[in-house]
Design a protein around this ligand. Structure first.
Ligand SMILES: *[C@@H]1O[C@H](CO)[C@@H](O)[C@H](O)[C@H]1NC(C)=O
Ligand SMILES: *[C@@H]1O[C@H](CO)[C@@H](O)[C@H](O)[C@H]1NC(C)=O
Ligand SMILES: *[C@@H]1O[C@H](CO)[C@@H](O)[C@H](O)[C@H]1NC(C)=O
Ligand SMILES: *[C@@H]1O[C@H](CO)[C@@H](O)[C@H](O)[C@H]1NC(C)=O
Length: 403
């Protein structure tokens, strides 16, 4: 009897994690059903909205607010249509697209014309390719950190950004063995930040098979890294947590860091523990996780009420198709060359967005869910001015709402 019960408990010990694993996978896969076109719920929890700047900007993965000035900063990379390190596909043989661009949108006055309210940020002193995903601005030190995953390898570019003149002057290029697939950055000062590596196995270096295994099995092996920029411009960095697909990152308060786990449909809240004496990096301890009805991408914190803002992808199949089609659909000459067939394909290829906010008191509330504005990757909100912005990984322009 004892033998059987030992074997049984060994079996249970083996199966319990498997059951947890499978339940987690089913939760993610079930989105293909629940968020299919026609079945996904729609939300538009604001007074009015419009999709703006569709002719000026596209593929803006990240947006952040400088509320004191009524400015939204944007990192937009149309080059993602052919050089996509996040989704792991590359169109070989095509010349690199023009560099990613940074923009500033003055959202204070809705009656300003597009030309008056949207301005490019001039980049000075960077002489390499720039392919962006996430970026971060540390306001007191006017330091801008921009992820760069161009052909020269993964790095973070540091700039000094003057918001009066909208000129970003390149200070240095940061690289480090722990900088593998930088996705999002949150700055603690002008020389200290956390960043996420969304994968351990990158498609470019490790091949698509390992990349896909890590993505779809949601292996908890990718890292959250804490880094200091040293006097000599090098990086002192250490892994402070490992989880599946660390994507957006935001500081909720001095002791809590939120990190999206995209491939698990949740956002992890970590308690930041100080380092032991003599160790500069500290570590993160998982406190709790927030379940979402979509795969979370970037995170932001609303200044006025401290709410965590979460944007992401409700329906992966559509997102995949949509992202691969942009190379044709966003280029008039490619659509013309493809004729009627290409036009039809572009007309019927859509993708969904979902943006929500979370507070410990009220839990999750939905702001926008729908298909009119595709591929939401970031959401920010200025409560005082009653303005919110959703930006899309592969979309033209921005969704801007007012309350
Ligand atoms: C934004 O526009 C308003 C209204 O025209 C103007 O007063 C303000 O100076 C502008 N802000 C910036 C940072 O350019
Ligand atoms: C920080 O935020 C977390 C999550 O909202 C909360 O549980 C915690 O109490 C906050 N801590 C402080 C010091 O405000
Ligand atoms: C989570 O954070 C709260 C608030 O900071 C704290 O009281 C609680 O002990 C933490 N729980 C765990 C499991 O770390
Ligand atoms: C819409 O927003 C209001 C105010 O923030 C909130 O009370 C309500 O619960 C939200 N509705 C949904 C469906 O999340």
């Amino acid at each position: 009897m004892a033998g059987i019960s030992i074997r049984l408990s060994a079996l249970v010990a083996l199966l319990a994690p498997l059951a947890v694993f499978l339940a987690g996978r089913v939760r993610v896969l079930s989105l293909a059903y629940f968020n299919a076109p026609g079945r996904m719920p729609n939300y538009a929890n604001f007074t009015s909205s419009e999709i703006k700047f569709t002719e000026q900007i596209r593929s803006c993965e990240d947006v952040l607010l400088v509320e004191a000035r009524g400015l939204a900063l944007l990192a937009c990379d149309p080059g993602r249509e052919t050089w996509n390190t996040v989704m792991g596909f590359f169109v070989e043989g095509e010349a690199p697209h023009q560099n990613a661009e940074l923009w500033a949108y003055n959202y204070t006055n809705p009656s300003l014309s597009d030309a008056q309210s949207l301005s490019p940020i001039e980049i000075v002193g960077l002489h390499t390719e720039l392919r962006t995903v996430g970026f971060e601005f540390h306001e007191p030190s006017e330091t801008l950190f921009v992820t760069n995953h161009g052909r020269e390898g993964p790095r973070i570019e540091q700039f000094h950004l003057d918001l009066e003149t909208l000129v970003a002057t390149h200070t240095r290029t940061l690289s480090h063995p722990l900088l593998r697939a930088p996705n999002s950055i949150v700055a603690l000062s002008g020389s200290e930040f956390f960043f996420t590596n969304q994968h351990h196995f990158t498609a470019r270096e490790s091949g698509r098979l390992l990349w896909a295994l890590e993505t779809y099995v949601a292996l908890p092996i990718a890292s959250v890294v804490h880094a200091h920029v040293l006097e000599d411009g090098t990086l002192d960095a250490a892994v402070v947590a490992r989880q599946a697909y660390p994507n957006g990152i935001a500081l909720l308060n001095d002791s809590t860091l939120a990190v999206a786990a995209t491939s698990k449909r949740l956002v992890n809240l970590y308690t930041i523990l100080p380092g032991e004496p003599g160790r500069t990096h500290g570590r993160l301890q998982l406190n709790t996780s927030i379940w979402l009805p979509f795969l979370p991408d970037n995170l932001a914190v609303s200044k006025a009420d401290g709410a965590l803002l979460i944007a992401g992808h409700p329906h992966l199949l559509s997102l995949n198709k949509f992202s691969r089609s942009r190379r044709v659909c966003h280029r008039p000459e490619a659509v013309a060359a493809g004729g009627e067939k290409a036009r039809k394909m572009c007309d019927k290829t859509g993708a969904a967005s979902w943006a929500s906010e979370w507070t410990p008191e009220d839990g999750l509330k939905h702001i926008y869910a729908g298909w009119e504005y595709p591929t939401s990757s970031s959401v920010v909100r200025d409560r005082e001015k009653g303005v919110g912005i959703v930006s899309g990984l592969y979309s033209k322009g921005l969704l801007i709402w007012r309350d």
